[in-house]
Design a protein around this ligand. Structure first.
Ligand SMILES: Cc1cc2nc3c(=O)[nH]c(=O)nc-3n(C[C@H](O)[C@H](O)[C@H](O)COP(=O)(O)OP(=O)(O)OC[C@H]3O[C@@H](n4cnc5c(N)ncnc54)[C@H](O)[C@@H]3O)c2cc1C
Length: 469
């Protein structure tokens, strides 16, 4: 017998994206059910967190739970990249990242969703959802029998291998990670290590269980169709060429070499009227960023606001979808450009295809418009003829809404507020000012003079403000 459950929102996948989404949306008063295939804790790739993760953990109210979980604090990091020297790339004093056990990390996140009021079905495997009369029908298999979830809105948080995603666009050169955990090495406890090799790059860090994790990122062509034994031999040979990680080979490899698909990708569609994709079901970043988990949680938090808007204020549903598409585009492009800059630094010193293909992602991604800083001018300012004023979707008090935005070719995205000043106010105060200095005073009327001058020079630098003829 199939049991039927109804829910307003069904989330498939209880990883960082699904858990962050469910916690936020449940707190906004919605009826959320999460379906997670595996029992937690379970192992998962993606264990290094940058110091900026703490901001996201604060938003979810789980800073203390994570701080007390016994994960490794990452206070030191060493980079050996486009040169012969080791660079100290540690966070500033007082700030630190984490090396977590993803089994326990993900369990704490999912528990936060449960405490916020989301129902969690686990272990429970969602099968292909189908359209129902009022939304979705999601068949679920559990150890205790079959369930059918009837939900108005569906969230695909099932990760890179989501069985709900139909079309996927590999965006960048195909990469795989060869990964091994080493015991009895001299490398842990010690800093995280990143190094450029001849046709690969390396990443290594001490894990909370005392092992040292060493990964080698290689071109996927190097591994496809090869036997497991050959892949392990290749992994060991590459480690022997690494200056920062070769000491692993003096230790003991525990459990063999694992193979992970690591090519950045994007799903063709990230949001529709009744479906949203979050985390790696929507996009994955180049692992060089070490920020996949944080990006997945951020996309879950943004999606919660988007879905809340769509469910409670349908008039803004379109704006909410545009907001979500733009946010994904911005994240993907920002990370792609940053990764490509790092690859280009090495490509400048070698002819190896591995580096040149990855460096080329920079040309493919949108380069910011180069700015020549013009002299400040005297007299009245006006808006450039390239400026367009049109509505933009922004988040305001837990919902996406439309506000007047200023569009200009020098801006990657239009803005609705400049340092807290609304575009309408900016336009009014421009009309009242007969010099740049006066405009600075007007813009910062309630705060400091410097703040007003900063806003004015920002607008002049981008040629949004020009001298009136
Ligand atoms: C080699 C490599 C190294 C990486 N290193 C890092 C790193 O150091 N730091 C970092 O931040 N990120 C790293 N990442 C990225 C990180 O792993 C991901 O960004 C992150 O796990 C994405 O979270 P998610 O919630 O979107 O997906 P996932 O964490 O994959 O969670 C998806 C969940 O959905 C469940 N699920 C799937 N299908 C179903 C179904 N049909 N029914 C029910 N449940 C289902 C799964 O069991 C899983 O729990 C790395 C990735 C790779 C490939």
């Amino acid at each position: 017998m199939t049991r039927v459950i109804t829910a307003e929102v069904c989330v498939i996948g209880g990883g960082p994206a699904g858990a962050a989404f469910a916690a936020r949306l449940a707190r906004l008063g919605h009826d959320v059910v999460v379906v997670e295939r595996t029992a937690f804790p379970r192992p998962h790739i993606g264990e290094a967190m940058a110091p900026s993760i703490w901001t996201v953990l604060d938003l979810l109210g789980i800073r203390d739970a994570i701080a007390q979980a016994g994960f490794v604090r990452v206070e030191k990091s060493v980079l050996r990249w486009a040169g012969d020297t080791d660079e100290d790339v540690s966070p500033p004093p007082g700030r630190f990242g984490l090396m977590v056990d993803r089994g326990r990390f993900d369990a704490i996140l999912l528990d936060a969703a449960r405490k916020a009021g989301a129902r969690i079905l686990q272990p429970a495997r969602a099968k292909a959802p189908r359209a129902g009369a009022e939304g979705w029908l999601v068949p679920v298999e559990t150890g205790e029998g079959s369930i059918l979830i009837e939900a108005r809105f569906l969230v695909d948080a099932a990760g890179r291998y989501s069985n709900i995603r139909k079309t996927d666009q590999p965006t960048d050169p195909r990469t795989v990670a060869l990964s091994g955990n080493w015991r009895d090495t001299s490398l842990g406890p010690g800093p995280n290590r990143v190094e450029a090799g001849t046709t690969c790059w390396y990443w290594g860090a001490p894990r909370p269980d005392g092992a040292f994790c060493a990964m080698v990122f290689v071109d996927a062509d190097q591994c496809h169709g090869r036997r497991r034994g050959d892949i392990e031999a290749d992994y060991r040979a590459r480690l022997s060429e690494s200056l920062l990680l070769r000491d692993c080979l003096r230790g003991r490899l525990e459990g063999g070499v694992r193979f992970h698909e690591a090519t950045p990708h994007q799903s063709a569609v990230c949001v529709t009227e009744n479906l949203i994709r979050i985390g790696e079901a929507s996009f994955s970043l180049d692992p060089l960023s070490s920020q996949g988990v944080q990006a997945a949680m951020n996309s879950g938090l943004q999606a919660a606001i988007v879905v809340h808007t769509m469910l409670t204020r349908p008039v803004d549903a379109r704006a909410a979808m545009i907001f979500y598409r733009n946010a994904r585009k911005d994240t993907v492009e920002r990370h792609r450009a940053a990764a490509a800059r790092h690859y280009a630094a090495v490509a400048g010193m070698t002819s190896a295809r591995f580096w040149h293909e990855r460096a080329a992602m920079a040309q493919a991604s949108a380069a910011p418009m180069p700015l020549r800083v013009p002299p400040m001018f005297a007299g009245r300012a006006r808006l450039s003829h390239d400026v367009r004023i049109a509505d933009v979707p922004i988040i305001e008090r837990d919902r996406v809404t439309l506000r007047k935005g200023l569009h200009h070719p020098a801006l990657a995205r239009p803005f609705a507020y400049l340092d807290g000043v609304a575009v309408e106010t900016l336009l009014e105060r421009m009309a009242q000012s007969d010099s740049l200095e006066a405009l600075g005073h007007q813009l910062a009327r309630d705060t400091s003079r410097e703040r007003g001058q900063r806003m004015v020079s920002w607008l002049v630098e981008r040629r949004i403000l020009v001298a009136s003829e």
